[in-house]
Design a protein around this ligand. Sequence first.
Ligand code: DAT
Ligand code: MG
Length: 154
Amino acid sequence: MERTFCMIKPDGVQRRLVGKILKRIEEKGLRLSALKLIRMTEAQARELYSVHEGKPFYETLVKFVTSGPVAVLAIDGAYTVKVLRNLLGATFGQEAQPGTVRGDYGCSKGFNLIHGSDSPEAARRELPIFFRPDEFVEWTPADLSWVYEEPERS
Ligand code: DAT
Ligand code: MG
């Protein structure tokens, strides 16, 4: 099982797209194991995007993600990092394919609605920035055996 980190950014919350985005995640067959609405601190934002420190867009990005509430979530399942990244689409809205969250709802570079960890290692680093260990809920969806073949379920 793979656990990944996802965040609906301030533009997604302000535009009241949280429900539509969660619907896509759930309908894909992904399983939520944590979910909350927060106003992240500047320290959390800097930590989340520390790999981009020093790049020209870093300070703007930190300002943007701290500018309003965000929804943070953890997603469990097989191949969740890849599945979620495909569902988000390419980084910039103007390049993301229709059918993806970024492709369907945005045209901007920075205001791209959603974040997803880009590797399992990144997920392991990012999740503890927002969640304590006791905030993850372990559960088995009723339709698990119809979402994954048997070898994919462990
Ligand atoms: P992703 O969010 O697809 O993983 P990333 O990690 O390269 O993309 O960048 C993090 C965020 O920073 C991205 O979601 C939007 C913003 N960003 C990246 N490159 C940018 C640029 N050249 N100009 C403006 N914003 C940028
Ligand atoms: Mg990234």
